[in-house]
Design a protein. Structure first.
Length: 347
């Protein structure tokens, strides 16, 4: 019997990634090309991202197929991130997938980028299946969900302003560290003392109760302002070099503390002690360790390797396999949507 072969394509931000997934579980090939054109600008420049995807996508697909020794006409379906993300960048992947699906007469499966992050841990751990409470933390989103089964998600909390990854990136910029800031801060924080600069825990107070609108929501913009104030004091005193690691540690500990506390509140409310951590910030070891410590021996934490935590094509192929199994196929008038709503999400 021939295998179901799904090509997953991810171009929503600054990674051009393509993966080939067999029978919804075996990763035959996975190529991720991170764009470096943005480095000198200290952040992703949308127009440059789109152009860079366009320049390399054909080659990235060819490389993935070559590694798996599979030809285009053997593919069963094309899964592609249709949103959310940068519109120009998304369009490159969506147009490519539409052309290929139409040309070969195969199904086109649109994928939601954040739902794809939910599927990433299950590529490496077959136990990473619902039910679970999910904390999704990326450069553009911070979501706390309860997932009872794939495709059915209840929104428990979300950020009111900056995403967790965005806060890492902005803080890194204040500390004069390169983009993306998350890994830089994590590295630096290991050498720092978080207690040296006490920072606020945003939107986290003891007197909050279930039902309060801010009980499970997040806010990171005030924390960024607090860091900016400490940085300018330290800079005025000519001490940025000596204090940088302490500032990074203080910031990381405030974010980790807040994310972990709210996730544990969600665990308490739902009674579900299985927690799934996804999105780029889930690569952060301090966050994983803190969540796992607070969950204790009675809980389970699911996350993926760093490669699959960051934007990648495998998670897109995996999410596409799920949507395809439900017969959810995109039409050829499919458009990319920069603010695509999360499928199956209820308030
Ligand atoms: O999911 P992702 O790769 O792309 C988006 O969908 O946005 O997440 C990227 C974000 C960036 O903000 C980056 O700084 C952050 O994830 N990030 C981290 C770490 N690695 C990546 N944040 C904290 N610690 C890390 N080790
Ligand atoms: Zn992402």
């Amino acid at each position: 019997m021939s295998r179901e072969l799904i090509l997953g394509i991810e171009t929503s931000c600054d990674e051009t990634a393509v993966a080939l997934l067999a029978d919804g579980k075996d990763l035959l090939a996975h190529v991720i090309l991170s764009q470096d054109v943005h480095e000198i600008y200290g952040g992703v420049v949308p127009e440059l991202a789109a152009r860079a995807h366009l320049a390399v996508l054909d080659d990235v697909v060819r490389e993935a197929l070559g590694r798996a020794e599979v030809s285009l006409d053997q593919l069963s379906a094309f899964g592609v991130t249709a949103g959310p993300g940068l519109i120009g960048a998304l369009l490159v992947g969506v147009c490519w997938a539409k052309g290929a699906a139409f040309g070969l007469g195969r199904p086109l499966v649109p994928v939601h980028h954040m739902e794809a992050h939910l599927f990433a841990p299950s590529l490496e751990d077959p136990e990473a299946e619902p039910p679970f409470v999910a904390l999704l933390v990326s450069g553009g989103h911070t979501l706390l969900l309860h997932c009872e089964s794939w495709g059915r998600y209840r929104l428990l909390g979300q950020t009111r302003d900056d995403a967790a990854g965005e806060a890492f990136d902005k803080t890194a910029k204040l500390l004069e560290l390169p983009y993306p800031g998350g890994p830089q801060i994590e590295l630096l924080a290991r050498a720092g003392d978080p207690a040296r600069f006490p920072l606020p825990r945003p939107m986290l107070r003891r007197d909050q109760e279930p039902g309060d609108p801010d009980f499970l929501d997040f806010s990171f913009s005030g924390l960024k302002t607090a860091v900016a104030e400490r940085v300018s004091e330290v800079r005025r005193a000519g001490r940025l070099e000596e204090e940088r690691a302490h500032l990074a540690a203080a910031f990381q500990s405030a974010v980790v503390d807040t994310l972990a506390a709210k996730t544990l509140r969600a665990v308490g409310l739902t009674g579900c002690r299985r927690v799934l951590l996804g999105g780029g910030v889930s690569a952060n070891r301090a966050l994983r360790e803190e969540l796992s410590r607070r969950l204790g021996p009675g809980g389970q934490l699911f996350s993926s390797s760093t490669r699959l935590s960051l934007d990648n094509g495998a998670m897109v192929a995996k999410a596409a396999a799920f949507r395809l199994s439900r017969g959810e196929i995109g039409e050829l008038d499919l458009n990319a949507n920069a603010s695509l709503p999360f499928p199956g999400l209820s308030a």
